[in-house]
Write a protein that binds this ligand. Sequence first.
Ligand code: FUL
Length: 693
Amino acid sequence: MTKCIIPGFIIIIFLFSISCSEYKAPAPCAPLPSENQLRWQEMEYYAFIHFSLNTYTNQSWGYGNEDMNLFNPDSLDCRQWARICKEAGMKGIIITAKHHCGFCLWPTETTKYSVKNAPWKDGKGDVIKELADACKEYGLKLGIYVSPWDRNSPEYGKPEYIEIFRTQIKEVLTNYGEIFEIWFDGANGGTGYYGGADENRKIDRTSYYDWQPTYKMIRELQPAIVIWNDGGDRADLRWVGTEAGFVGETNWSLLNDTGEVEWGMLHYGLEDGNAWVPAEVNTSIRPEWFYHPGEDAKVKTVPQLMETYYHSVGRNGTLLLNFPIMPNGLIHENDEKAALEFAYAVKEAFAENLIENAKIEATNIRGTSKKYNGKQTIDNKQETYWSTDDSVTTATLILDFGQSTTFNRFLVQEYINLGQRVKAFSLEALIDEDWQEIARSTTIGYKRILRFETVTATQLRFNILDSKACPLISNIGVFNAPQLLYPPRIIRNQAGEVIISPVDAESVIYYTLDGSVPTPQSEKYTQPVSTDGKLQVKAIAFEPSTGKSSPVCSETFDLPRKDWKIIAINDEKVYAVIDGDQHTAWHQDKNITLPADLIVDMGKELTITGFKYFPDQFLWGPGIITHYKFFVSTDNKTWNLVSDGEFSNIKNNPLWQIKEFNSVEARYFKFQALRNTENNNNIGYGEIEIITK
Ligand code: FUL
């Protein structure tokens, strides 16, 4: 008998090759994120600061002729901004170094329209420098917003402006240390001061800015930067198509690197896109971007901010939350309070991961290797992950809690370094020995958080139902977040009745009509309340079983519109415009030629000082008015023009537009629509109100 002797080194090579095949990393599933994009994504949550001449003029967009002498904050303190952002758990701050009005917050060499010629610090101040220093002190990153549109520059619209714009970018990227993100807003071209020309300048947004050489310069000056651009050539990050604070539930971090980008692509990404362009959700802590004193009571509540969090960070996006700076140079105390309470609520919701001690088993493990087993999902490391064999795109991870466990949140992360893969997944819980589906969703990406009704279960199944390639799951978490009570909604109808609706049907509502803060000892709401005159209504939702109250909802109302008649329009539905309900709207006949009039007889003569327009909120074809004229009359014959102009940022932020004028006596008003956001003749209205003296 001959013995077959296998030399030791061959055995070693054989074992080594088995282990190599077991440990072979999954192939990338392109497109992949760059290192800069990965670093940016991990920041998750950072701040926007809106501060400029608009802060002093109560406007959303400056025209470009605002007086620089207005810029004189007496308590400007960038360290206050940085402290609040840091305490709120944010990782950086992006500031409007130049907004559309063209005023520069740093002493630029490119224009006289800057802090250099403002009274603040005798023209020796530099807001960007102060913020850069504050960010360094608080360990925050700095980002810069430089508006491509410049309503002050005489050169805007001409080729010469591009060099000015590039020099401005160069200045802000050279003199203030490392910049993590640069922001180029999409608002481009239109009417403006333009050095006194006072005209309408249109540009071709696809070619005018000649972005590629600018991008090259930016990357040379700041190799670690990410570029956000909503107006021109594809950059590193994308807008999500709304400023209301949410990205699509399905959210691919992909787009195509050329071609038109439609709204749906911005909102949901493109499953088969050929470029990595992840989503950044930008929204303000108040309705508007710049500070308006009238919004001090409109700061978003914790439940609202938590919704935003779940709809941004919880949907594979980052959250860029804006603080408007007050004229004195500080963040308002209400905004600070909301941001800190929001941070606390996030911390509380994700305080304890209930699966840290769970037993984990996967239906498939890549090459049966330990390196890719289910436990990798609970080791709190982003760079380790559970994965299946290459050919497997559906798989299940079974988590056994070992005891009854109560939860209502599920968090999951993909290892996106090798691409975004998962297309659909579901969750099943073992409740009373019965497997029940408790949630089902689509994409995951960097981070996905699902919310569902609180359940008590002993086991959980995380099923990957479809994936572009073998899934790579780096982290999962199961949490029991405390329930938050949402403030109720308050409206006042045309007859003057105040109607308060709870968001959560089981809560009880208490309200006041005199501006005082409601408590469970205040009036209990049971039915619509008849009211008269001007009014401030405040309400809370109260949960008797826990004794907890929601944040206060506060609404102010001008005179009721009981006697109002809309004249010369033969359609009863037009009364949706004054029914007090923001969810109803009315549109002019689609064959109307512009300008389109809406004439109201207020029933008696009143002294009025302004009007308010709330556009239709319906997403598709909303007929939002951008340019208007507002006339008043005492006899419906002679009309007096009291206000005309634009609703500046109404397309991206379709909220109440408030226009004030010198007080005037009127029984009739005519709201005339001159233009809409789409340049067609669709003219719609959610609500119209007047402001009386
Ligand atoms: C918009 C701008 O037009 C707003 O004024 C604001 O700066 C916002 C962040 O982007 O589109």
